[in-house]
Design a binder for this molecule. Structure first.
Ligand SMILES: C[S@@+](CC[C@H](N)C(=O)[O-])C[C@H]1O[C@@H](n2cnc3c(N)ncnc32)[C@H](O)[C@@H]1O
Length: 208
């Protein structure tokens, strides 16, 4: 990783107020679930297990769990997810809150092995995160009947702010390419929002 973007955590730091890109760019809370996620999450089978990749502060983990899905949240830094797991002294990584069913997994998705080699998920959510070599693994990890919901910055965003590293910016059509022949595309957008931000996003399902 180069100096310009010493940490992908740069992607945590919006350069402008976060927006609801689906509904015309109105500012939203940084803790709010992205409209793209909210819109397509119903494609996840009821009581299915959703993987929130690079979950960060867990805005999607929390929202999904509140809707009744079981969630596995993975990030290399799970410090902002600690309230979701067991009290001090108990470290099995599963919440004790009966209202939510969340498993928090701390793993480096770029330096370490894929932490879920034997698992498939009914939903995979990825937002504001890109590690290009992981794309085939993510697609292959969608269970039959499940859905991949992905939104992140795309090439062209560099004129508006970070991230500017091309490694973190999707190429035109890249999410479509990633799922081609593997998942059925339900929705895809590649657009500049009012933020402004250049984003690409997809919802694509694995046929049963
Ligand atoms: C911009 S945040 C996005 C968080 C969340 N997906 C969201 O949209 O609110 C990027 C996240 O990627 C995580 N991350 C960066 N590099 C990672 C790595 N190598 N392995 C796992 N997580 C990583 C960071 O810790 C951070 O939580």
């Amino acid at each position: 990783m180069n100096d310009e973007v010493a940490s992908i955590a740069d992607q945590d730091t919006p350069t402008a107020a976060p927006v609801d890109a689906t509904s015309g760019g109105r500012p939203t809370s940084p803790d709010a679930a992205l409209p793209w996620v909210v819109r397509f999450a119903p494609l996840v089978p009821e009581r299915g297990v959703v993987l929130d990749v690079a979950a960060g502060g867990g805005r999607h983990t929390r929202w999904l769990a509140a809707q009744g899905w079981r969630v596995v949240a993975v990030d290399r830094d799970t410090s902002a997810l600690l309230d979701l797991v067991d009290p001090p002294g108990v470290h099995d990584g599963r919440t004790t809150d009966a209202a939510a069913d969340v498993e928090v997994v701390e793993a480096d998705l770029e330096e370490g092995p894929w932490p879920f080699p034997d698992r498939r998920f009914d939903g995979i959510m990825v937002t504001n995160y890109l590690h290009r070599p992981l794309l085939p693994t993510l697609v292959a990890s969608v269970a039959p009947g499940g859905v991949l919901i992905y939104q992140t910055y795309a090439r062209g965003h560099e004129r508006y702010g970070r991230p500017t590293n091309p490694d973190w910016l999707l190429r035109p059509g890249e999410l479509l390419e990633a799922v081609r022949g593997r998942l059925r595309v339900v929705a895809y957008e590649d657009l500049t929002t009012d933020q402004p931000a250049r984003v690409q996003r997809i919802a694509a399902v694995a046929e049963e």
